[in-house]
Design a protein around this ligand. Structure first.
Ligand SMILES: NC(=O)CC(=O)C(=O)O
Length: 294
């Protein structure tokens, strides 16, 4: 893991995180996302992030209905959301982390997938949620993504040309520290999580996990949530946030619709790594080097 931030983040990067809620009308969800990406880009940003499941209700029963192929799918040929993401990345001239949407593969399986586009509208990478959100908190939140979704099997690191590399996870993926640590040890300067925590787990773990992943790895973390919706919709937590490598929240939203902005600075990564050089203090003689396990 490099000590100095300059090596991993080549120059300051202005990012925006769009906190919006999705509804049942897919075309409206796509149009709202486009409008907000263009609005954020007008603020001079180079990287824009959308939240998890922004083209559909966050509901296991509805995912198939909203799914689209990224390459091919037996019953579906149209991919209006992926096409709109590519187009708006190009129109806005930004790197776009396209939140996530249900993706259908050639076998007809559905994934919760984040597509990443270049400022020219080229698909740079896609991440399929690796850890499915299957929980049951009595009196709180119950959810079983595995009822309809399949899990991805790859850690996704994307090169944003001219800046450096970022690691991508989707929401529940942030609870699994290994994914973040592997991305950081492979040189990512930021970990980006399109998300939709909820009113049970959000107050307990959202900020804690966002700041922890940043501090563990001395990188920026970017958590981009859906905004709070009214019942019976999924009660997304909101509170999108950017944490710096010291765990300071440098941009944050409340629960309602918002766009937050932050500038990621190489010097902040460098200073945190010089001051607290944990990457050199790790005891790989005692525990295995996680970066060498992949
Ligand atoms: N929605 C998720 O994937 C995760 C979540 O809400 C949580 O971990 O809590």
């Amino acid at each position: 893991m490099p000590l100095l931030g300059d090596e991993i983040l080549q120059r300051p990067l202005k990012v925006a995180c769009i906190q919006i809620a999705s509804g049942p009308n897919k075309a409206v969800n796509i149009a709202r996302a486009r409008e907000k990406v263009l609005q954020a880009a007008a603020g001079g940003v180079s990287l824009v992030v959308l939240p998890e499941c922004f083209n559909s209700p966050y509901s296991t029963a509805r995912f198939r209905e909203y799914a689209e192929p990224l390459s091919s799918c037996p019953d579906l040929t149209e991919a209006p959301t992926f096409a709109a993401l590519a187009q708006v990345a190009q129109d806005a001239g930004v790197f776009l982390i396209g939140g996530s949407i249900p993706e259908c593969d050639q076998a007809g399986k559905i994934y919760n997938t984040c597509a990443v586009y270049s400022p020219q509208g080229k698909l740079l990478a896609s991440h399929r949620k690796m850890h499915l959100f299957d929980i049951n908190i009595p009196g709180g939140m119950s959810f079983r993504e595995s009822d309809t979704l399949s899990s991805g099997n790859e850690i996704t690191i994307v090169d944003l040309e001219g800046y450096g590399k970022i690691g991508i996870g989707i929401c529940y993926d942030m609870r699994f520290a290994e994914l973040s640590t592997i991305a950081a040890r492979k040189g990512a300067f930021a970990l980006v999580f399109p998300s939709a925590f909820n009113t049970t787990t959000g107050p307990l773990h959202w900020e804690l996990l966002g700041r922890s992943r940043a501090v563990d790895n001395q990188v920026y973390s970017i958590l981009c949530s859906q905004s709070r919706a009214t019942p019976p919709s999924y009660p997304a937590w909101g509170y999108s946030m950017v944490s710096d490598p010291m765990g300071r929240i440098v941009a944050g939203a409340k629960e309602s619709e918002d766009i937050i902005y932050a500038t990621l600075e190489p010097g902040v990564i460098r200073e945190s790594r010089q001051a607290i050089p944990i990457s050199y203090q790790k005891r790989y003689d005692v525990y295995p080097d996680i970066g060498k396990l992949v």
